[in-house]
Design a protein around this ligand. Structure first.
Ligand code: FAD
Length: 488
């Protein structure tokens, strides 16, 4: 619920910021609006702007989930990294909590902070120089993957791995992992970073990499914002194909579908492998579509259908094949998203369930979870089911099952935002599904909406917990960063 400022709040200081007046309460660690105009003497000078207007606070108290609403006291649109350093130091001095926000596509308030400071990363959208021989590009944390792709493709280069949706910020996906259909070959997005530029929770600007401040580097990648705000990242680049051939292969049996997917990712026959589960006319989730993409020249040979599909057990009468420009393939969700926005469905609540299943149990787990799923509880969303390859995943904080071929099961529920009873029921169902999967050795991919407490997080991070907790103590000693994750 939005916080209502108390008139009785013992304001320690006040500041005129633009037209608004803000203050903070050292006892409740929150800021409040005040009628007083006493100046807050230690608010640092900024290159950017600090906002306390209604529209900014309301926007920062919402996200793609439209389920959780925590109202900050102020929103920083930084004009420089210096602003982030200065405001994080200010927040440390006054016991205020801080949440960086990229594109706000989290589903459960992860980028929100009640009574604290939201730092928008969108102003850090610069994309550094790229030439035809570049092996990396340095980008601002607020850059969207669509813009990174366009800028590098102009030089025939591309980051190796993308999320399905491109309008997410680089800092946002590097904070969670960044999984997609290329991950089985190229790793997650966090596996394709050579350096991070961050501001720690103590307000220090640090460049970290696998060889420099290594502990911080590994605590930030998939670290859910607990140790530092990413302000920039140096990303690996590889040659890009000009065109791709895209296949949709229908299956009517879950085991056969999963076995064929496993075969493909083990062989590396396709550059991209994903899959969807579709409901039949009775609403039962018994249809499976294997989605695979072969890269054409200059990265691969002209795709050969018979070689690529050899030995697969899909229904050959239902195969759909299309040739696409590489960027159109990456941006394939754009028309669907535009239609969802047009229909008002993008503004629906999204109590998403994102689980990683151990491959050895995938048939049983996916089978029973899909048996329990109804079309009504999915709404106008989709179900994704596709394999990863553990040997390609190296970020310690991206927690995956102890299995060579884990599967991502994503139930992307979409439901009216005002029907809180249904949302609560779906959140409880998410938790039940998580408990089932966890008991079988699965994990939660933390972009969805599974009710989670500190002990769940400790269990989630398992052998990596000590590493995260030590880094948190070192780099965010006052524990001000990203309370919306609910980890510490
Ligand atoms: C339509 C849609 C499709 C998606 N598809 C995929 C997919 O295919 N694969 C996949 O892996 N994920 C996918 N996601 C999930 C997505 O990767 C995460 O939700 C991601 O965190 C969103 O990025 P964002 O910029 O919106 O981050 P936000 O929602 O703004 O932030 C998410 C979390 O990261 C923290 N954070 C944000 N920026 C920074 C930063 N610079 N430094 C430190 N912490 C930061 C925030 O505080 C918050 O805790 C999808 C989400 C949506 C809505």
């Amino acid at each position: 619920m939005p916080r209502t400022p108390s008139r009785r709040t013992a304001l320690h200081g006040l500041a005129a910021v633009g037209a608004a007046v803000i203050g903070f309460d050292p006892f409740t660690r929150s800021w409040a609006v005040s009628a007083s105009d006493r100046p807050l003497t230690d608010l640092p000078p900024l290159d950017g702007t600090l906002h306390t207007d209604e529209a900014s606070l309301t926007a920062a108290a919402d996200d793609f989930g439209h389920i959780v609403h925590r109202r900050p006291a102020a929103v920083l649109r930084p004009g420089s990294i210096r602003d982030v350093v200065a405001m994080i130091r200010f927040c440390n001095a006054h016991g205020l909590r801080v949440a960086p926000r990229g594109q706000g596509h989290a589903t459960q308030g992860q980028a929100q902070v009640d009574g604290g400071l939201v730092i928008e990363t969108a102003p850090f959208a610069a994309i550094g120089a790229v030439g035809r021989r570049s092996t990396t590009v340095t980008v601002g944390a607020g850059a969207k993957w669509s813009d990174v792709a366009k800028a590098t493709l102009a030089h025939g280069l591309t980051p190796p791995t993308f999320t399905d949706y491109l309008e997410l910020s680089v800092g946002g996906t590097l904070s969670v992992g960044g999984l997609g259909g290329q991950t089985h070959q190229q790793g997650a997005q966090v596996d394709n970073v050579t350096e991070l530029q961050v501001v720690t929770g103590a307000g220090e600007f640090v460049r970290c990499s696998p060889t420099r401040h290594r502990d911080l580097f590994h605590a930030v990648l998939a670290g859910l914002g607990q140790c530092a705000v990413v302000v920039g990242a140096t990303l690996r680049l590889v040659p890009a194909p000009e065109t791709v051939r895209h296949y949709l292969l229908p299956y009517d049996d879950l085991r056969t579908f999963l076995d064929d997917q496993r075969l493909l990712v083990r062989e590396g026959r396709f550059a991209y492998v994903e899959g969807q589960v579709t409901p039949d006319s009775e609403g039962a989730f018994r249809g499976y579509l294997l989605e695979a993409v072969a890269y054409g020249p200059p990265v691969g040979p002209a795709p050969d259908d018979s070689a690529l599909l050899r030995g697969l057990r899909h229904d050959p009468s239902g195969v759909q094949t299309s040739d696409l420009a590489y960027y159109d393939f990456l941006d394939r969700l754009a028309p669907g998203v535009a239609a969802l926005k047009e229909a008002g469905l993008w503004a629906y609540a999204h109590p998403w369930l994102n689980l990683l299943l151990p491959g050895r149990e995938a048939v049983a787990l996916a089978g029973s979870l899909l048996d329990d799923l109804t079309s009504a509880d999915l709404g106008p969303g989709v179900v994704l089911l596709y394999p990863l390859l553990s040997e390609r995943l190296h970020a310690p904080l991206l927690r995956t099952p102890d299995d060579p071929v884990p599967y991502l099961l994503a139930v992307l529920r979409t439901t009216p935002p005002d029907d809180t009873a249904t949302i609560d029921r779906l959140l409880a169902a998410n938790r039940t599904a998580y408990d089932t999967v966890r008991a079988a050795g699965g994990t939660h991919y933390p972009v969805g909406s599974v009710p989670f407490g500190p002990s769940d997080w400790r269990d989630h991070f398992g052998s990596a917990w000590r590493q995260l907790a030590t880094a948190r103590h070192t780099y965010d000693p006052n524990g001000i960063l990203v309370p919306g994750q609910g980890i510490f």
